[in-house]
Design a protein around this ligand. Sequence first.
Ligand code: SF4
Ligand code: SF4
Length: 360
Amino acid sequence: MRARIVDKNDILKIVDILRKDHEVIAPFQGRGRDSFFDVVTDANRDQVKMHLHNPYYPPKRYVLPHIEKLFDIDQAKMDVKAAYVEPKRAIFGIRSCDVHGIYHLDRFYLGRDYKDPYYERLRRGLFLVNVVCTDKELDIDNGCFCMCANTGPASTEHFDLQLMDLGDVYMAVAGSPKGEALFADPIFKRGDDSHVQRRRSILNEVRKHFKLAVNWYSAAVRYITTGQVPEELWAQVGNRCLECGACTYLCPACTCFTVADRKVDGKVVERVRLWDSCALSGFTRMAGGHNPRRAVHDRRNRRFFRKLAHYFVQRELSMACVGCGRCIDVCHGDIGMPSVVEIIRRGCAGKENDSTIIKR
Ligand code: SF4
Ligand code: SF4
């Protein structure tokens, strides 16, 4: 990977360069802790933030829109017309956890024999400018645990360009030929060993500020994969779920959707794809009304099985959790990923020891 140095005052010129042939999305500060991704315009360009709390609403909607038209059906002519769109977009300021979230969606929607043509078109024109989280007050939330998920704070792949604040300058690392092509612009200057040393020591320091930097995942993966989590424990988790769906909607690694038809006018019906959530009872309800997962805890255990079971880890090459911490912040029942993993680890540890002793 090649790297260059960019003066701090020039950093938003990268947005300007990208805007020549992309719609650029970047993070902005909202009210209080709130932040959001939005399209950069001439009017808001100077308000783009390099350091801020990662927006709750993840940038996955730029490859998997909340509501996406798939095709129109003209009922009179019995004609079906696909509604493909292929925008050229750049996400400037995407955090490392969310870069991995998009990579997870890539493996789900493009990684096997069937490639989703809608996702493929949105992904093809997407340019990712990853910003490394280095400011312990502004970038790192209490719930961030990217280090446990091995996704951050500095992503090592899956971006086109990565920017890291070194104090008076930024280090820009190219992650793809498209990213490296930007280095032709004179704002990108050659660095030296002192920049590499500074990057290393800043990262070492930043890593100390992740409170959950322990590797407790592996035990939960083992207990879930081997079916050792008792039903009562899932019921305990399920009883705390209010079925709001927020954890799945805000999760950058959740992939589920449903399809629906809606009438546009007298003759044309539009088929749309919408985000769905395993937290909602309709997710598994079948035609005729039968629901194999009627109990809340039956659906909650499904979420954690899907994210942590070894079968899926093998198939998708990683857990379906990138450590962004959003489900910790939004869950009213305090059953975000770390809490549930801890409940499982504590609830199963004694039992495993007992059975090991018996087998010996
Ligand atoms: S955010 Fe919490 S309460 Fe809402 S569906 Fe998810 S687990 Fe249930
Ligand atoms: S499970 Fe929670 S912490 Fe993990 S990626 Fe999804 S929202 Fe983020």
